[in-house]
Design a protein around this ligand. Structure first.
Ligand code: ZN
Length: 410
């Protein structure tokens, strides 16, 4: 049986656990050591470290301290790993804790985090999703149930000193172009809430002041939020420091492409079973800059979709040049408008797009001036017929069921 090499206690703050960290820095000491060929289990907090509760009140999403995230388990040192190698990681399995068979999805307040559609959903809202084996449904979103495509939102190796400097320099430069923007253009180092594993004293203070935040995906992978990087995937990570320093967290029970709600997918605490191997000198051998991976041989079988198109003309009718971000936003809004006709609130529709196994595709990027993005909505997740027909939508959803909202405080 695989040994659990990192344990968490959901009743305790992650700040009390020395095998957890929430910044990227090469000085964070390895929390545990393994050898190539080993397989092992790692337990993870949910990405907020327990700030969100299983209740019908979105105040915790509104008031979340985002400077604390993400709480990652690791770093795992792999014997013999050196900069330039590839760390091969098999995700053998992922699971829930018996005492925590639920996950959350939320929309952050525009004043605290925001999200892809934050101008349309400026206030905090939260839905709770119960996990029943491989399926999930929500008391806040009627009429849908689906199988989870369970995956870590965040996994990657520690950066080298020079790579960390590169990250901080380029993100600061972007931030400085509009430092007053809400939500901000980038999340910069912030020492106050940094948790640097076993580091303490001056060494901790120095690393905390420089440590990169965990929000964006970067060259090492990190917070990629790729739903298909799931149980059964094999990932090839670039190694930047001696012993690699693999960390993982932000487990998702299910997520739509884009993780458009930002808070986020169906976020959960749980465990992950991994196996590691090395390809010596693999970065150079295969010209690897960012991770590559093979998908799982097992995925939920949803093969019928309604596909919503979006083009790079914004909500105000303004023409943009081949902008896939705007095109995908239009595809999402078109899907929300459609689902609203079936009795869903706009928040319920948004929660479905953020959590269900929705596919997002960049469909065209050459037909000037419009990019075309598509959102693929699986039809079999619904407990009723969502196809268009000559009779129009006939379903009546229970309007008393809603996604709890927490109005902003002044
Ligand atoms: Zn997440």
């Amino acid at each position: 049986m695989a040994e659990t090499i990192i344990k968490v206690d959901l009743k305790e703050s992650p700040y009390t656990n020395e095998k957890i960290h929430n910044r990227w820095h090469p000085d964070i000491p390895m929390a545990v050591k393994v050898k190539p060929g080993d397989d092992f289990k790692i337990e993870c907090y949910d990405w907020t470290g327990g700030q969100i509760s299983n209740n019908d009140d979105a105040a915790d999403v509104r008031d979340v301290d985002l400077s604390q995230v993400h709480f990652l388990s690791g770093p795992v040192g792999v014997e013999g790993a050196e900069p330039g190698d590839l760390l091969v990681v098999d995700i053998l399995d992922i699971g829930t804790f018996d005492e925590s068979l639920w996950g959350f999805n939320g929309f952050f307040s525009k004043k605290n985090g925001g999200g892809f559609l934050t101008d349309h959903f400026p206030e905090a809202q939260k839905s709770i999703w119960d996990i029943n084996g491989m399926f999930t449904k929500s008391r806040h979103v009627p009429g849908v149930e689906y199988a989870g495509l369970i995956h870590p939102g965040l996994i990657g190796c520690l950066p080298s000193k020079s790579l960390l400097e590169e990250w901080n320099t380029r993100e600061q430069a972007l931030y400085d172009t509009d430092p007053d923007k809400t939500p901000p253009l980038a999340t910069l180092p912030y020492a106050d809430t940094a948790h640097m594993g076993t580091l303490s004293g001056d060494a901790k203070a120095k690393a905390a002041a420089e440590g990169a935040r965990t929000v964006p995906p970067r060259e090492h992978g990190g917070n990629c939020d790729i739903k298909d990087l799931s149980r059964g995937s094999k990932i090839y990570f670039p190694v930047y420091v001696k012993e690699a320093g693999l960390s993982v967290g932000d487990l998702h029970f299910s997520q739509g492409d884009g993780e458009i709600t930002f808070c986020g997918a169906i976020e959960m605490a749980g465990w992950i079973h991994l196996r590691v191997n090395l390809i010596k000198g693999g970065m150079e051998k295969y010209a690897i800059k960012n991770p590559i991976f093979k998908p799982s041989p097992i995925t939920p079988k949803y093969d019928d979709y309604l596909i919503f198109e979006g083009i790079s003309v914004d909500e105000g009718g303004k023409q943009h040049y081949l902008d896939v971000h705007i095109a995908y936003r239009q595809a999402c809004l078109n899907a929300i408008n459609y689902l609203e006709k079936f009795g869903y609130s706009r928040a319920q529709a948004y929660a479905i797009l953020g959590t269900a196994p929705v596919q997002g595709h960049i469909s065209g990027v050459v037909d000037i001036p419009n990019a075309c993005a598509t959102l693929w909505l699986p039809t079999d997740i619904f407990e009723f017929n969502v196809q268009p027909g000559s009779d129009g939508p006939t379903i009546e959803l229970d309007g008393s069921v809603q996604v709890p909202l927490a109005p902003d405080l002044d």
